[in-house]
Design a protein around this ligand. Structure first.
Ligand SMILES: Cc1ncc(C[n+]2csc(CCOP(=O)(O)OP(=O)(O)O)c2C)c(N)n1
Length: 688
């Protein structure tokens, strides 16, 4: 391909056959020995650890051998090569499959010693795959179903970047190995429906169809025809013998030119090779035991000692590990041929560095306009206004909503929707699929080149929670816009009014939960969320209008320290009022009311607990202050607030579920009012 072709390489079409090479088949005997190496290492490592799951690696060894030695495009020396094929082991309990593969393929830092330390403290071989621990692992899996939905996000990111940079630069597949458990989880339905709708033709799911789960045969609990199920969702699907390398290879080869995502149901035997436990749930999740391992070695014709590999097998795997070198080198050449500015931008985006100057300029301009013309609007609208400026300034932002676009205000005027025939759009209609949306966002962030944000109601963060938890564990930058953040949403009532959600989200380590109090704070929180690379964010935003409390003239990002004094007391403070979001304006009004009674109050805005708790002792002590009365105000439960107001502090918020009524009536009914705050302060001071 000439430079000219490269520069003009347009968006890749969904049906373009992959340019990736397919390696010739080894002899059946050679294949068997390579697959048996995986089986032996898995048996040995699980036995040594006295814990783990040998069944899946032994059962899926043939599938993995065919995929990794003949199809998968990767470079063991550079596991982060942007155009590599992705492989997601959705059934994370089979982690030894991945570790054995990484070792055999020659990935740096996966030694035989690492395998011997499987599941031990500080090892590179944790119980379930952790991408932030082990190079070569694409995502953290273990909670079943997450990997599959995460892979859908990776496949979306691939198509989006291909549309932007052309097939010469972005053209890779996403392969998933999924188990019965993955496909039984509800999230899988959301994920496969979304993938089928978007016709993610470069997504291939290899189903380890072994008919066994922990409780026994699958027939105890499931009778779904998975092939029909996937076909109904718009996939192409077939069944193969998962121990027949040629049948597997033929199916994967057919997937290379499919015009839709592919399911290959590979019928396998769990614990393949184990004389008594193969095909039984007893092979799933515990060491096989010395006798069974001895029998398996005999059955597989494997004569080497534990953790030892015959030279010929080692060599064949090393060679397989080098398959991608030529493709990687060719890709580097094509990248060099790309227009210089475009190449730099691609590299910047894949590195995860945002263009901070552009972002800062956009924030500055937004704040200046708010200083000029203050706005009394809902923070969800403030967020939309912010996005109008941030989306052009940060081209890697890809937005979305789970069918609440008009309520979450996550789609800017210029944003085109992504579609099966055009992935260049920057807005995703996820459908009513919050769980898969959150997991797909993780996949997009992990893929790189994209910063995903999306929307739903805060109350439905429960439907996203498992994926948000994984984002926090992995340290992925995903941004959840969660609107309708309290009883302030009004008439929809208690099913829709979050009460415990802020506390529940704050309980997740490494998650920033923002609750801005006005339009200026909303801009600042967005800036922090975009700049914070290793921490996901939730922006809890109101449905109802709020006054602008900040001038917008401050150059600094006041929210960056999590809490700050918004209004000082007029002299030595009698009372400190701490509040978040919509309740900050109540605190401001209460301060005024108290002043009329001769009580001096200060107001502290607390847009982000996590950032506040990360500040120095001095800063925290200064913000908390030494006023004798501390009052926390948040239209949610008290849990978590004692860290700020102390166990003897007063909390004005919710103690149970909300109710259906106009917002104003609800705040009054639940006693979250200016008067209630003032009265509580006076009561404590003894001036009532
Ligand atoms: C969300 C979730 N629920 C439960 C588990 C616990 N668990 C681990 S594996 C498994 C099922 C095993 O069956 P299958 O997925 O078919 O794997 P195989 O037995 O074939 O290895 C379960 C219930 C989990 N990891 N994730």
């Amino acid at each position: 391909m000439s430079d000219h072709d490269i520069r003009h390489a347009g968006p890749s079409s969904a049906v373009t056959a992959s340019r990736h090479s397919i390696s010739p088949a080894p002899s059946r005997a050679a294949h068997d020995r390579m697959a048996n190496a995986i089986r032996a290492l898995a048996m040995d490592a699980v036995e040594q650890a006295k814990s783990g799951h040998p069944g899946l690696p032994m059962g899926a060894a043939d599938i993995a051998t065919v995929l990794f030695t003949r199809f998968l495009s990767f470079d063991a020396r550079d596991p982060r090569w942007p155009d590599r094929d992705r492989f997601v082991l959705s059934a994370g309990h089979g982690s030894m499959l991945l570790y054995a593969l990484l070792h055999l393929l020659g990935f740096d830092g996966m030694t035989i010693d690492d395998l011997k330390h499987f599941r031990q403290l500080g090892s590179r071989t944790p119980g379930h795959p952790e991408n932030f621990v082990t190079p070569g692992i694409e995502t953290t899996t273990g909670p079943l179903g997450q990997g599959l939905a995460t892979a859908v996000g990776m496949a979306i990111a691939e198509r989006h970047l291909a549309a932007e940079y052309g097939a010469a630069i972005v053209d890779h597949k996403t392969y998933v190995l999924a188990s019965d458990g993955d496909l039984m989880e509800g999230i899988s339905q959301e994920a496969i429906a979304l993938a089928g709708h978007l016709r993610l033709a470069k997504l291939v799911v290899l189903f380890d169809d072994n008919g066994i789960s922990i409780d026994g045969p699958l027939s105890l609990a499931d009778s779904v025809d998975q092939v029909k199920r996937f076909e109904a969702a718009g996939w192409t699907a077939s069944r193969v013998d998962g121990h027949d390398p040629e049948a597997i290879a033929d199916a994967i080869e057919a997937a290379q030119s499919a015009d839709r995502p592919t399911l290959i149901a590979c019928r396998t035997t769990i614990g393949f090779g184990a004389p008594n436990k193969a095909g039984k749930s007893s092979a799933h999740g515990s060491p096989l035991g010395a006798d069974e391992i001895k029998g398996a070695r005999e059955a597989l014709g494997w004569t080497d000692a534990p953790f030892e590999l015959p030279a010929d097998v080692r060599e064949s795997w090393r060679k397989a590990g080098q398959r991608g070198l030529i493709e990687h080198a060719a890709w580097r050449e094509r990248l060099k041929g790309l227009d210089a500015a475009k190449r730099k931008e691609f590299e910047r985006r894949m590195s995860g560095e945002v263009a901070r100057d552009k972002l800062a300029d956009a924030v500055k301009a937004l704040k200046a306009s708010l200083a000029e013309a203050p706005k009394e609007i809902a923070t969800r609208i403030a967020s939309e206004n912010a996005l109008e400026a941030l989306v052009p300034a940060v081209p890697e932002l890809v937005g979305g909503s789970a069918d609440l676009t008009g309520s979450n205000n996550t789609r800017t005027k210029s944003m085109k929707a992504m579609a099966a025939n055009d992935f260049s759009g920057r807005f995703i209609h996820y459908g009513i699929r919050e769980h898969a949306m959150a997991a797909a966002m993780n996949g997009m962030a992990l893929h790189g080149g994209v910063i995903p944000y999306s929307g739903t109601f805060l109350v439905f963060s429960d439907y996203c929670r498992p994926a948000i938890r994984l984002a926090a564990l992995m340290g992925e930058r995903v941004i959840h816009v969660m609107t309708h953040d309290s009883i302030g949403l009004g008439e929809d009532g208690p099913t829709h009014q979050p009460v415990e959600h802020l506390a529940a989200l704050r309980a997740i380590p490494n998650l920033n939960v923002f609750r801005p109090c006005d339009t200026v704070e909303t801009v600042e929180c967005w800036q922090i969320a975009i700049e914070t690379r290793d921490t996901p964010s939730v922006l809890a935003l109101t449905r109802q209008n709020l006054p602008q409390l900040r001038s917008g003239r401050e150059a600094d990002n006041a929210c960056a320290r999590g809490a700050y004094e918004l209004l000082a007391a007029d002299g030595k403070a009698d009372v400190s009022l701490f509040a978040t979001g919509s309740e900050v304006s109540l605190a401001v009004a209460a301060r005024k009311l108290l002043a009329e009674k001769g009580i001096k109050a200060r107001v502290v805005s607390v847009p982000c607990f996590e950032l506040f708790f990360a500040q120095s002792d001095d800063y925290r002590a200064g913000v908390i202050g030494d006023a004798p009365v501390r009052i926390g105000i948040e239209a949610a439960i008290r849990q978590g607030w004692d860290a700020i107001i102390g166990s003897d502090g007063i909390f004005i918020g919710m103690t149970g579920f909300g109710a259906s009524a106009p917002a104003k009536d609800l705040f009054k009914h639940f006693g979250i009012t200016t008067e209630a705050i003032a009265e509580a302060a006076m009561g404590k001071i003894g001036k009532r």
